[in-house]
Ligand binder design. Structure first.
Ligand SMILES: C[S@@+](CC[C@H](N)C(=O)[O-])C[C@H]1O[C@@H](n2cnc3c(N)ncnc32)[C@H](O)[C@@H]1O
Length: 371
């Protein structure tokens, strides 16, 4: 099947594309152009839960479901850039089968982590256990590159509160951190007694040694980088300045609803966009995609979703100034994705005025046209 650009919305020349069609067919057509160029791939495939939703069926059965995923995953992996990562939403029903299959395709060394997402906050009393979480499997093309280049989460007030300036240091706020380290790999020059400015003597704590040798420690004390407490009687600690700290939080593997939203919130948000109709059964919250995209990409970089559903990934990528490719085979490309994206673009235009890459191309099978 051949796909062609049939329309665009917003600016004519953007890097953003929405394909209406089967994801394997589309990826087969675009793989040569995008090989090694995609920085974040998020997919939210059917979970094989035997449900018939308004806009798609999830009733292939285990063998076909797994076969389809095993066919698409290698194509997706090929598109990842060196720092690129692949995020797969799944629930408890198939997590373990999918993990084993994906490990075989990507190689276990490329598995990064499983994220647990609290997708509902209410208790489901009809079941033996109330299932309140889903999973996101994360793989990387080169996990070391991903680790080096992935972004940290924005800091909260709690983080900033740790930095104070009790001695009015002109270099700004700082927090004190230990200046002793475990003695395991220490050399003899790290064992000595520190003489504090008030004459107090400090030996390293049991099983530990000082992080610096004596000469360096004296320099650090002279340069006001070692803190002995407000009264000068405390255990020596190093001053770590806010200005020299990497400001951000390492993402954790448990993502709570209060930070990234729930399925219900995602549905309510979609309803609010579409005047209260029941628009789509299984959307993901924009805040969940925001976190994934912000960790894995910077502005201008490329995000791909091959099971676009209601268009969440594309809408969030557009808001975050990332380029995007979305693939969806259902008819809801016309009645959900397009109106949602158009509204996103219109809102951004009215908020920010013109900015680069605002808009998308619509690609359809050669023989099709839009309604
Ligand atoms: C769980 S939904 C994705 C929801 C999406 N994450 C969101 O936030 O709205 C899965 C989507 O994958 C689409 N899909 C399933 N198989 C596909 C295929 N072979 N090619 C393209 N889309 C497919 C379905 O039509 C459905 O819209």
């Amino acid at each position: 099947m051949k796909y062609q650009k049939k329309a665009y919305y917003g600016m004519e020349d953007t890097n953003n594309k929405i394909f209406k069609g089967d994801n394997i067919e589309v990826l087969t057509q675009i793989r040569d152009i995008y090989r090694g160029r995609v920085d974040c791939i998020y997919i939210d495939p059917p979970y094989n839960n035997d449900e018939e939703y308004i806009h798609y069926n999830d009733s292939d059965g285990f063998d076909i479901w797994l076969e389809k995923l095993c066919n698409i995953l290698p194509l997706l992996f090929e598109l990842l850039s060196d720092k690129g990562s692949l995020w797969i939403s799944i629930d408890d029903g198939e997590l373990h089968y999918l993990k084993v299959a994906a490990d075989k395709i990507f190689g276990r060394k490329n598995f990064v982590h499983t994220i647990v997402w609290e997708h509902r906050t209410t208790r489901e009393n009809r079941m033996a256990f109330s299932n309140n979480h889903e999973y996101i499997l994360v793989y990387a093309k080169k996990p070391d590159e991903f680790k080096k280049r992935r972004n940290l989460l924005d800091v909260d007030e709690e983080f900033l509160k740790r930095y104070k300036n009790p001695d009015n240091d002109p270099r700004g706020p700082w927090q004190s951190i230990s200046v002793s380290v475990q003695a395991g790999h220490a050399v003899s020059s790290q064992f000595y007694t520190i003489v504090a400015p008030n004459g107090n003597l400090h030996k390293p704590p049991a099983g530990r040694c000082w992080a610096y040798n004596e000469q360096r420690m004296l320099e650090e004390i002279k340069n006001n980088n070692i803190w002995f407490g407000k009264e000068g009687n405390g255990v020596p600690r190093r001053k770590k300045f806010l200005s020299e700290s990497k400001i951000g939080l390492t993402p954790e593997t448990i993502w709570f609803a209060e930070d990234v939203g729930t399925t219900d919130q995602a549905k309510k948000h979609l309803k609010s966009l579409f005047k209260n109709q029941d628009v789509f059964d299984t959307p993901k919250p924009e805040s969940l995609l925001k976190r994934i995209i912000e960790i894995s990409t910077n502005e201008g970089e490329l995000v791909l979703d091959a099971y676009l559903g209601s268009g969440t990934t594309a809408a969030v990528a557009q808001k975050l100034n990332r380029s995007y490719i979305g693939i969806e085979q259902g008819e809801h490309v016309s009645d959900i994705i397009i109106p949602r994206l158009n509204k996103t673009i219109d809102d951004l235009l009215s908020e920010d005025g013109v900015r680069d890459n605002l808009g998308y191309e619509l690609w359809l099978e050669e023989s099709n046209d839009i309604d």
